[in-house]
Design a protein around this ligand. Structure first.
Ligand SMILES: NC(=O)CC[C@H](N)C(=O)O
Length: 191
């Protein structure tokens, strides 16, 4: 039987386990490196990515997670999980944070602002509808959400979200702090 792992260190892993149960798929809560062996695929839930990274480090999960991703197995990252999977993150806490990497993109950890700027919106997903059937739109829930600022040429973007008008402007120091990038309101963020 296909078993889907759910990284269960912190965040919304219960909700992902419940969603798998609802569709009749066996899920396994992953907290130890050896639990990744034999899994078909992995979900990394939303939560708080710096905390997740600290816990992953504490449980020595980084080498096994990188091996899993490097083997090309399907991995789905929601919110903090997406940040964790990105090759590069900006807007990190000082000192940076460890990432699994493997998804060729740059994310901004808190692009839309604080909890107060969390929002829901209807997203247009024509490519998904064409491939999988179903509706052309999908409800997007953005809770202290990250945004994908850039993607590599091999990454397929399935939907774009217009940046809300009340998003505070954010200035990001990149590289060694020498160069500054300002992400303007009219840029769409990819999801
Ligand atoms: N909903 C979420 O997962 C929020 C992610 C959060 N911004 C982080 O840095 O981890």
């Amino acid at each position: 039987m296909t078993v889907v792992g759910v990284l269960a260190l912190q965040g919304s892993y219960n909700e992902h386990m419940a969603a798998l149960r609802r569709i009749g798929v066996r899920g396994l809560e992953v907290r130890k490196p050896e639990q990744l062996q034999g899994l078909h695929s992995l979900i990394i839930p939303g939560g708080e990515s710096t905390t997740m990274a600290k816990l992953a480090n504490y449980h020595n999960l980084f080498p096994a997670l990188r091996e899993f991703v490097g083997a090309g197995k399907p991995v789905w990252g929601t919110c903090a999980g997406l940040i964790f999977l990105a090759n590069k993150a900006v807007g990190q806490k000082s000192g940076g944070q460890e990432l699994i990497g493997g998804l060729d993109c740059t994310v901004h950890r808190n692009f839309f602002g604080s909890q107060l700027q969390s929002f829901e919106t209807e997203l247009s997903v024509p490519v998904l509808a064409e491939k999988e059937g179903g509706s052309n739109t999908c409800r997007g829930v953005f809770i202290r959400a990250p945004a994908i600022l850039d993607v590599g040429s091999d990454v397929e973007v399935l939907a774009n979200c217009p940046v809300p008008a009340d998003r505070p402007s954010i200035t990001v120091a990149s590289g060694e702090g020498v160069e500054e990038e300002v992400y303007s309101k009219d840029r769409a963020s990819k999801i």
